[in-house]
Design a protein around this ligand. Structure first.
Ligand code: SAM
Ligand code: SF4
Ligand code: F3S
Length: 470
């Protein structure tokens, strides 16, 4: 698709700001102080979208609460990646029925990836009349207009058309207070891994203009954010659609020139598009954390082929070897699926052996969940849930031992961390993150919050390190 058709026009964006003003004026005329509750499920991409929803609502005059029953507007910003995520949303909708009986004026909105699935929007249309507004990720930028339609017509509004997808710049954002910020650098996915729903609900890959990304990061650094994560389903294909011979490594190198005390992270990376140039750029940078989330999904070549991942176990191991050769301190994490349709015990154990061979600092592990509409959902899946659970438990046992071992190796060392929060552990009241994003629970004063400090690691377990300032 031509780029001019991907970018939402300035005029359209101005129109949306007009709808925000209309909503603001409507509440002001009623002398009402509207309150919204946004419940976000799923990945950081969705969290970033939730922050845009908050940004638009803040301009409309809303304040925010965590309690749905106290809200005038409840938004479920949903995830479709596994069945469990969807079940939770339907559970929440059930619970909202009661709140809406108490407050019939309450507006309920379902958005995010689930909303973009036809099967879901039809179910909502038919069986959940309490939901007033349904829109998918493609319609996020026109949320003000959709909300205005709901307030004006009091009719149910659905905006869930299947699309290539667009890019809308300049949407207001409410960010978390503190040091962490998320920056989407691209949207959508072209990979169609056979198990995955994301390409169906998030459209095709679209890269933001490099200058827009760089400016956003610069503004965040100036505003005091120190731990900035660049987001995309596969950041390694950033720039492919720009047609200017500019790739993700080029973007990282340019961002790295921004002066200041901050770290840059990114996720996710697809091994098929990870390049030596990327690892060399990371190694040479001042601000890019030596941390890599490189999902491998399976350690067996047949399963990888069926998953449509387009790399082999050996190619993955080569990448890791190269990355570690240029960054010996690299902290590695990954995503893994156990129980893909047709996977045998021996094939699942290939995944376990890859985990042992690489030595990941942490893993995000999932049991395969069939997603209607994907290719894998049509494949025969003879292994029982109990068998898959047994393989999964074996994987966790191996990984937990590995995390504990790698964490124990930190004891006695001094590492630089960014103090990012408070904890309710009286002995270790602060939380912090190493450059590799390992959690360090800290003894220390509140005044350290938001600062980079050197700490000595005094203890560890599978999940965290413990330390004190030096
Ligand atoms: N685009 C990223 C990538 O390719 O690494 C992240 C995709 S998804 C949001 C996050 C993880 O969920 C995937 O890496 C995969 O391990 C897992 N996942 C996706 N579809 C799944 C399914 N149908 N069942 C179980 N896990 C799934
Ligand atoms: Fe899903 Fe694969 Fe795209 Fe990741 S790369 S979002 S796993 S289709
Ligand atoms: Fe993310 Fe879930 Fe959508 S993982 S992209 S919110 S399906």
């Amino acid at each position: 698709m031509e780029r001019k058709n991907v970018l939402v026009s300035e005029a359209e964006l101005v129109r949306q700001r007009d709808f925000e003003q209309k909503i603001f004026d409507m509440f002001a005329a009623r002398e009402a102080h509207p309150v919204a509750c946004i419940d976000t499920f799923g990945c950081q991409q969705n969290v970033a979208d939730g922050q845009k929803l908050m940004g638009m609502l803040e301009v409309c005059g809303f304040t925010f609460t965590d309690k749905a029953e106290e809200a005038d507007l409840v938004i479920l910003n949903t995830c479709a990646v596994r069945e469990h995520a969807e079940d939770r949303v339907f559970g929440n909708l059930g619970a909202l029925t009661h709140a809406k009986k108490e407050n019939p004026e309450m507006v309920i909105c379902l958005c995010g990836c689930m909303a973009q699935e036809q099967r879901v929007s039809e179910r909502i249309k038919k069986s959940y009349p309490l939901v007033n507004l349904v829109f998918g990720p493609h319609a996020l930028w026109k949320f003000p207009e959709l909300l205005w339609q709901v307030y004006q017509s009091r009719k149910r509004v659905f905006s869930v058309d299947d699309e290539h997808g667009t890019i809308a710049e300049g949407i207001p954002v409410v960010r978390e207070k503190g040091v962490k910020a998320w920056v989407s650098i691209m949207y959508g996915c072209n990979n169609f891994c056979s198990y995955c729903i994301v390409p169906y609900v998030r459209g095709r890959e679209r890269s933001r203009d490099p200058q827009c990304v760089i400016e956003e990061v610069r503004e965040l650094v100036e505003a005091g954010y120190k731990d900035i994560t660049l987001l995309g389903q596969n950041v390694n294909s950033y720039g492919n659609d720009l047609g200017i011979g500019y790739d993700f490594a080029d973007l990282l190198a340019e961002i790295d020139r921004i002066e200041g005390e901050y770290l840059i992270r990114f996720m996710s990376s697809h091994p098929k598009d990870a390049t030596k140039k990327l690892f060399d750029t990371m190694a040479a940078s001042r601000h890019v954390a030596h941390q890599l989330h490189l999902p491998f999904q399976s350690g067996n070549d047949r399963v990888l082929r069926e998953m449509n991942r387009r790399y082999t176990r050996e190619q993955y191991l080569d990448l890791i070897r190269y990355a570690k050769s240029v960054m010996p301190d690299l902290v590695l994490t990954s995503d893994v699926i156990i129980g893909f349709p047709g996977e045998t015990e021996a094939e699942a154990m290939d995944t376990v052996s890859l985990v042992e061979e690489v030595g990941f600092d942490a893993l995000f592990t999932f049991i395969y969940s069939p997603r209607p509409g994907t290719k894998a959902a049509e494949m025969p899946d003879p292994a029982t849930r109990a068998e898959k659970q047994k393989w999964f438990d074996k994987l966790l046992e191996v990984q937990n031992a590995m995390s504990a071992k790698l964490h124990a190796e930190y004891i006695g060392k001094t590492v630089r961390v960014l103090v990012d929060g408070r904890s309710d552990d009286a002995e270790f009241p602060l939380t912090s993150r190493t450059e590799g994003n390992r959690l360090v629970r800290l003894k220390g004063e509140e005044s350290l919050l938001g600062q980079f400090v050197d700490v000595k690691i005094t203890g560890s377990n599978t999940w965290a390190l413990y330390g004190e300032t030096v």
